[in-house]
Design a protein around this ligand. Structure first.
Ligand code: NAP
Length: 280
């Protein structure tokens, strides 16, 4: 006798706002068992109020990653069909102004934490014979921009790690995809502004004039969503990465992101980098 198809399970990180908050709810409404993560009790309660199981995870805190994974496996009966590593933030500041601690913190959140959680789910997926790992990268993981060196580096590292992982998992039934969004409506710029003020000596930098442009960009974009796509644009490609029989390695989201990928492919570096350097 044929039973009901089993509910698929997915772990989604960084669900307090933006892309994660949207995708967790959208996936739940599509029938997934979503195990979400956030960093505060209030955000966990908000997710619970919408019927989503949620536990604390901070990528910078190894114990929280272990606890999250254990709680998630208890909630799913030890199954994990998919992982969406999504949580993270942007650290603005010129490379020469960037304290090593701020760079390390950027990598803890955007890179090492992803690796730690991914290593925990791979054995589960190998035992099942299938799985989808989707990494939220950025167009800045492929095309760097000035004054985002820490973030560029963390996402470039994620690209390298994840493509390598995809090749190593070839034939295992586990697929790895990277999503590379351009500007998406979320709390990303508001949060980046906080890290910028916290870690960079803006007023005493040789780049203080350029920093005014960065402050203006972050403040303006925080106030206005014009020209930006909503998180549903990321959810659309996430769904493809999770369900297509042949998911893609890369999903650039937004017209600007796709143009960036194309320009990098077509233009020689001596034209591309000086052009990039003129962008704010
Ligand atoms: N929005 C964009 O334009 C854009 C473009 C390209 C890529 N992305 C990527 O998209 C992902 C989601 O960002 P978003 O746009 O949705 O921004 P967001 O609204 O700021 O959401 C970021 C989420 O990540 C969480 N987070 C931050 N640091 C974390 C850590 N150490 N451990 C675990 N979670 C952490 C945040 O939690 P708290 O609330 O606790 O801080 C929040 O839930 C990020 O990886 C970002 O790099 C965004």
């Amino acid at each position: 006798m044929m039973g009901e198809p089993r509910q698929k399970t997915i772990l989604v990180t960084g669900c307090s706002s933006g892309i994660g908050a949207y995708c967790a709810r959208a996936l739940k409404s599509e029938g997934w068992q979503v195990i979400a993560s956030a960093r505060t009790k209030d955000h966990i309660s908000e997710l619970n109020a919408d019927g989503i199981e949620a536990f604390r995870l901070d990528y910078a805190d190894t114990a929280s990653i272990t606890d999250f994974h254990e709680q998630a496996m208890a909630a799913t009966g030890g199954r994990c069909d998919a992982l969406f590593n999504n949580g993270g933030y942007g650290q603005v500041g010129a490379i020469e102004d960037l304290p090593v601690a701020a760079l390390r913190a950027q990598f803890e959140a955007n890179f090492f934490g992803y690796h730690e959680l991914t290593r925990k789910v791979i054995p589960v997926m190998r035992a099942q014979g299938h799985g989808r790992i989707v990494q939220c990268s950025s167009i800045l993981g492929l095309v760097p921009m000035r004054f985002r060196g820490a973030y560029n580096a963390s996402k470039h590292a994620l690209e390298g790690l994840s493509v390598t992982l995809a090749m190593e998992l070839e034939g295992s039934g586990i697929h790895v995809s990277l999503i590379e969004p351009g500007a998406i409506v979320s709390r990303f710029r508001a949060n980046a502004l906080k890290h910028f003020h916290r870690n960079i000596d803006i007023g005493n930098s040789v780049h203080r004039q350029d920093y005014q442009d960065q402050l203006h960009r972050l403040e303006k974009q925080e106030q206005s969503n014009s020209g930006k796509l909503g998180p549903e644009a990321v959810h659309k490609v996430l769904r493809h990465a999770l369900t297509a029989s042949r998911p893609r390695y890369h999903y650039a989201v937004t017209r600007e992101a796709r143009l960036g990928v194309l320009a990098r492919r077509l233009l020689p570096a001596r034209l591309f980098y000086p052009w990039l350097a003129r962008q704010v």
